[in-house]
Write a protein that binds this ligand. Structure first.
Ligand SMILES: [Cu+2]
Length: 157
């Protein structure tokens, strides 16, 4: 819990990166696209990491993201950082993510993110983290998440 809280504090210092920043990589699976995926490199002793990306529903029906898997972590959850009283932040788990037709959902610092717990190995800057997204309709999508600098605020061109 202490580690989660520390991570929440880090989010407070993050400035929002421009909405126009789009990653070089886009993963498309039928009606859903995943853009601007990234994660921060982690300290050698850190067991947690957050992953961010933008989901876009290009289809005509609702898309439900119901699970996320990364081989290097034993637990993956969808988190939302919420601002509490007196400037504190905390993170709560969201069981699933619903994306309406035409809707874009951004996972970004200070908001929704995929939380990796019990990391087996740290995330190294310049490497890629394969992340599998599982959707309610049975579709799976693997996203190669670029690992950026520990102080990165998002992907840039
Ligand atoms: Cu979290």
């Amino acid at each position: 819990m202490r580690k989660w809280f520390a991570l929440g504090l880090v989010f407070l210092n993050v400035t929002l990166w421009p909405l126009a920043a789009v990653s070089q990589q886009m993963t498309v699976d039928r009606d859903v696209t995943v853009e601007a995926a990234w994660a921060r490199a982690t300290a050698p002793d850190s067991k947690t990491a957050a992953v961010y990306f933008t989901l876009r529903n290009m289809g005509q029906s609702r898309i439900d993201l119901i699970g996320v898997r990364a081989d290097r972590a034993s637990i993956e959850t969808l988190h939302k950082t919420v601002n509490g009283a007196q400037g504190t932040t905390r993170m709560s788990a969201s069981p699933e993510l619903r994306i309406a037709p035409g809707q874009t959902v951004m996972l970004e610092p200070g908001g929704l993110h995929v939380m990796l717990l019990d990391l087996e190995t740290p995330l190294i800057e310049g490497k890629v983290l394969p992340l599998r997204l599982k959707f309610y309709d049975g579709d799976n999508l693997t996203v190669d998440v670029p690992i950026l600098a520990p102080d990165a605020n998002g992907p840039t061109r």
